[in-house]
Design a protein around this ligand. Structure first.
Ligand code: BMA
Length: 799
């Protein structure tokens, strides 16, 4: 059996004359931070102060002594960031230039000092640019010339912190005769039979060449084995009536252990284990009267995907622990999300990410790592792209949650629309990857999975890449230039990106900007806002609906949260109401990689923005929404559950002071996984709603409200409500904040982190009619008074 020796100990990082203690896995910035050499780049304006770190070369070293009873010793790096030369025992053993690859070097017979010398990523990128020539790019940094996490060079939500280091585990593997070089399970389900075709490749030592080997695979109590003399074998297993893996909300997530063992006549040589799941996934892109769709079909069930986009959860990804992945993806699941798209400017994530998705029933859409730029296809990049794709397709394909490979983020669109084409003058720009190399690799390695060439993409050059009627669509005009009501202007087939910004929670701001007199344009706030005209867009977003919160930072902050949540809800409510024409929404973005104003629902310190709670509402199986349409107001009753929804919807027309001026009841039956769109009874809206009126629809505890005019034009009665604080017996310190409304109270929000930085609340924005009550459970706030709570409570209609 092979021996594995993890190399985690004794590492140092050379800094001038000093040898600083270093973490492996880790990176330069976190080591310098731990040694007190640099300030925390997440705080204040420190990011700019540490820019020099990315311009330098860095050396990691440790002493390795090891004995071996084996023929071969390999040095295996699961991830090196990025351009490195490796020496071991005084000998150069290899060089690397790709953060996304797994590297294995034969170091048989070597021992002693192991050194990994990283060149500056800028130096490497510029050297490659000199070979390939220049290409257009949305950001000013050279990220398309180096296979490194693109967003570490800075993004419209991310700092420019270009790090280096041994970012994933490193180990020695000692082995004899042969080892498992790759194992590729292809899992299919046909009627009631599950099949697993396991393709294996071995690497042999010189002595092991031609030796007769046995490989055995076991799943669900079935075992098959085969003897072979070459480097490849295929094993076929069948499982009768496997329990199917489903996205959350559709069924369970049973996972089966798949074990592969390689043996020779003397016993075991190597083993491999993963958990797999049995399910089918189709992507229906067929043409219809409206264009061509983009509908995921899992186990025969057509799915409206309730998605979020995922970016690296830390600009230093070596810091992300399995627990942190689980927490963040748990937050996605809590928001009734069922699909996570890993965006192409980040990384192929850690195993722990996909394990959590397998267990939580979160479908994963994995981009290949290309974003917002023209990418040269010349060497040395082309070989790197192929090698990295091979490594990661093989690594990730066992996961049941992985439903889609996607070629790139916005590059096909950029070529067509962002004026790249004229300057390219026949140069390569990435098309050969997205429409050639990558689909060929998927067909070769992982043929049971679907591949999309890009996001957005309409399926071919026959239509504009971002044509809403064909395939995937990114909706950015609305955030950039319009009111969120404009989301209603079209019904795309699948909205893979759209979103609205807001700053992080107050406690996050206070931690990141200690001592700053916070204002929308105070120095730290501006520094932690990376989007083009970000604050302008935030302010215009507010101004379309509210009187400007002149000089009142707390109110500005609250209003940004309200507008973010309302904007995203407006998009999702409209698009979901048009299922099955529209078959999914993927919100930009779930998470952040540092404390920043951004589109995220969960901020850089892991705190939930009100948007997170709003997603939970609009992504629930049952949703009511009132939508203006050409034929008047429509009540859409959305039922994504497996059972029919038979209910009575009560529609009420109110005056601003709470008096009911109209009332109707509708018996509605909505089939499973479908939507009923009903005209609102003309009696109820016979006369157009005035600026003093609004509508409320209720059914089985689900509510929709409809206000005909922006808040600043609405005839609000000054809100009045009572507050009580009730300790929750036996809860270990939780309290219920009970609010009793005497008037209409719109978008009431308790910001729990204003009570204590650690406090959380189980609700976000809540609208109450006169006489209604809400109970907000707060955890971790300690003893609080009604006055404390009042200072942390906001609502839309206080001027
Ligand atoms: C799209 C994304 C990201 C970007 C976001 C917000 O372009 O793909 O590149 O961060 O919009 O601008």
């Amino acid at each position: 059996m092979k021996d594995v020796i993890p190399l985690t100990e004794g590492w140092t990082l050379r800094h001038g004359q000093d040898q600083l203690p270093a973490q492996v896995p880790g990176c330069v910035h976190t080591d310098l931070l731990a040694a007190g050499v640099i300030p925390d780049p997440f705080l204040e304006l420190n990011e700019t102060e540490v820019a020099w770190v990315g311009q330098r070369s860095w050396t990691y070293a440790t002493d390795v002594s090891h004995d071996s009873r084996h023929e071969r010793t390999d040095l295996v790096f699961e991830g090196l960031d990025t351009a490195a030369r490796i020496t071991f025992g005084g000998r150069e053993v290899g060089a690397t230039r790709n953060m996304h690859r797994i590297y294995r070097f034969d170091v048989t017979g070597l021992t002693g000092r192991l050194e990994v010398n990283f060149a500056s990523a800028y130096a490497e990128a510029e050297a490659v640019r000199a070979v390939t020539g220049d290409r257009p790019n949305v950001y000013p940094e050279p990220f398309q010339y180096i296979r490194k996490m693109a967003s570490s060079f800075g993004w419209d939500w991310g700092p420019t912190l270009v790090t280096a280091g041994i970012w994933r585990p490193v180990r020695l593997e000692q082995w004899s005769t042969a080892r498992l070089a790759s194992v590729r399970p292809l899992v299919t389900v046909d009627e009631a039979t599950g099949s697993v075709e396991v393709g294996i490749q071995v690497e042999r030592t010189a002595a092991g060449a031609g030796a007769s080997l046995l490989v055995r695979a076991t799943v669900a109590g079935e075992t098959v084995e085969t003897r072979f003399g070459g480097d490849e074998a295929v094993l076929r297993l069948t499982v009768d009536r496997p329990r199917l893996w489903w996205p959350r909300g559709y069924g369970d997530q049973p996972l089966y252990d798949l074990d592969v063992t390689l043996l020779d006549d003397d016993g075991e040589l190597d083993t491999w284990h993963r958990r797999i799941g049995f399910r089918t996934v189709e992507l229906d892109r067929s043409a219809d009267a409206k264009g061509s769709g983009f509908t995921l079909v899992v186990n025969g069930e057509r799915v409206f995907a309730r998605g979020v986009n995922w970016i690296p959860d830390d600009v230093f990804p070596s810091r992300i622990t399995p627990e942190r992945y689980r927490t963040r993806l748990g937050q996605a699941a809590d928001a009734n999300v069922d699909l996570v798209r890993i965006w192409g400017g980040g990384i192929y994530e850690d195993e722990a990410f996909y394990d959590a998705c397998d267990e939580l029933g979160l479908m994963v859409w994995q981009d290949f790592l290309f974003a917002c730029a023209a990418y040269p296809e010349e060497q040395p990049l082309r070989g790197e792209v192929e090698a990295e794709a091979r490594d990661n397709v093989v690594r990730l394909m066992p996961h049941a949650s992985l439903v889609l490979w996607n070629g790139n983020n916005e590059n096909l669109w950029g070529f067509r629309d962002w004026d790249w084409e004229p300057g390219l003058a026949g140069d390569s720009w990435g098309e050969g990857y997205y429409l050639g190399l990558l689909p060929r690799l998927i067909a070769e390695l992982d043929p049971t999975r679907h591949y999309a060439a890009g996001s957005p993409w309409s399926g071919s050059w026959d239509n504009h890449p971002n044509d809403p009627d064909h395939g995937t669509y990114h909706s950015w005009e609305v955030w950039n230039r319009q009111d969120y009501a404009e989301y209603r202007a079209n019904v795309p087939r699948f909205v893979a990106e759209f979103g609205w910004q807001a700053p992080p929670a107050m406690a996050t701001l206070r931690r990141a900007l200690p001592g700053e007199n916070l204002a929308p344009d105070s120095p730290g706030m501006l520094h932690h806002q990376k989007a083009e005209d970000g604050n302008g867009k935030l302010n215009r977003g507010i101004a379309r609906h509210f009187a400007p919160p002149e000089g009142d930072f707390d109110r500005w902050h609250y209003l940004t949260q309200v507008v973010q949540a309302r904007a995203v809800a407006a998009g999702i409510e409209h698009w979901r109401s048009h299922w099955p024409t529209c078959a999914g929404t993927v919100v930009w973005q779930l998470n952040d990689c540092w404390p920043v104003s951004s589109w995220a629902a969960v901020d850089g310190d892991g705190r939930l923005k009100p948007l997170h709670h709003e997603l939970r509402r609009v992504y629930a199986d049952r949703l009511l929404t009132l939508q203006p349409s050409d034929d008047g107001l429509v009540l859409a009753v959305v039922n994504q559950a497996a059972t029919e929804w038979r209910t009575v919807v009560t529609l009420r027309r109110f005056e601003a002071d709470g008096a009911t001026v109209g009332h109707s009841r509708h018996e509605v039956t909505v089939a499973a996984r479908s939507v009923a769109r009903l005209p609102v009874l003309p009696e109820l809206v016979q006369e157009e709603l005035s600026a003093k009126e609004f509508l409320v629809a209720d059914a089985d505890g689900v509510r929709a409200t409809y206000f005909p005019v922006p808040d600043k034009e609405f005839a609000y009665v000054r809100p009045a409500f009572g507050i009580e604080v009730e300790p929750v017996p036996g809860s270990g310190g939780m309290v219920d904040v009970v609010v009793n409304a005497h008037t209409l109270v719109r978008d009431l929000l308790l910001q729990p982190d204003r009570l204590s930085p650690h406090a959380t609340a189980d609700r976000g924005l809540t609208t109450l009619l006169p006489g209604e009550q809400v109970r907000i459970r707060v955890d971790g706030c300690g003893d609080v008074t009604v006055d404390d709570v009042r200072a942390a409570l906001f609502c839309a209609d206080t001027k």
